[in-house]
Design a protein around this ligand. Sequence first.
Ligand SMILES: NC(=O)c1ccc[n+]([C@@H]2O[C@H](COP(=O)([O-])OP(=O)(O)OC[C@H]3O[C@@H](n4cnc5c(N)ncnc54)[C@H](O)[C@@H]3O)[C@@H](O)[C@H]2O)c1
Length: 343
Amino acid sequence: MKTLDISSPLGKCRVQKVSWRDQVSLLAKEGVVFVTDSHIHSFLGESLPQERTVILEPGEKRKTLSTVEKIYQRFLDWGVDRSWRAVGIGGGVVGDITGFAASTYMRGIPFILIPTTLLSQVDACVGGKTGVNFRGYKNIIGTFSQPQRILLDFDFLHTLPPKEILCGMAEIIKHALIASPSLFRFLEKEWPRLLALEEDVLEKAVFESLRIKSSVVKGDPKEKNRRRMLNFGHTLAHALEKTTGASHGEAVIQGMMWAVRISERKGILSEKNSQRIQTFLEEIKQFPSEGLPSLSLSEAVRKDKKKEKENLHYVFLSQVGEARVQKISYAQLEEFIDGLCES
Ligand SMILES: NC(=O)c1ccc[n+]([C@@H]2O[C@H](COP(=O)([O-])OP(=O)(O)OC[C@H]3O[C@@H](n4cnc5c(N)ncnc54)[C@H](O)[C@@H]3O)[C@@H](O)[C@H]2O)c1
């Protein structure tokens, strides 16, 4: 069984590739409570014990404190105490909410994640961030708390819409670009097989991604410094999502493309490396970047960062597999944005 052991200041966590059916029937015999959403529940059907499963409405809009209250209420109704474990089965939304509810109920009960989207398998399940949105602020309420175990089954991915697959693929590419030249070479070579979700390439890409994210987080679990490199491509991606309605995956691919070009213009990344990465991203990119409104993008960046003085931390690439976080002024970033939107 393919396994990855993660140890960080937040605790230990074992990631295992499993069959979800076997694991769910084993776990159902123990003191566990399942948390899932109605989409996943429609696939898993009878496999979850109805009397111990909280079914949430799906989607980011439900990632709120009132959803967490409903979970606490069920925990109380079912007599959940610290000897129980919560098991979150779903995408990043279910994972973040389950982790938050579990890490705050009775000052913390252990939890397990069974991530069902590619994004949650390669990214959201590790790193120990849990949380919910509040009054328009994303993930502003939360805890740092790590699951005991993460159980991966790639069968879930076959029912995911392509736009959700792209979200996860974008994070795999990001992990390669910031920390692993060998994973990037692998992606260049095996991209069509990865997109076809062939099990052997998927296993390598997912486990490598998790290894990279957890090793970045290990040195900086509370995001004071190094962990910021995980935001590579995301500053402009968030702005693009807000101003144009691009999906998260499309926006992250475009955001990385821009971050690569900005790194080259700053003289941090060589033209050769920049071209190599752009050629790869161009193949995947689905969002038309022509004619984008630079003013709205700049405004969205300022709002998103809740503006710390006149500068923000921006993630540049210095090599394929090497990132560097440096402060940049909003004024300079806006100049870059103008240039990117014109070219
Ligand atoms: N904690 C972290 O470090 C971290 C990191 C990245 C993202 N996140 C969070 O993750 C969330 C996004 O996660 P996501 O992209 O998984 O979105 P999601 O959880 O909203 O899932 C997307 C949609 O796919 C459905 N779905 C889930 N699995 C499915 C499957 N196997 N087949 C068909 N449909 C399925 C869900 O019901 C939902 O409608 C955001 O809230 C984000 O803040 C957290």
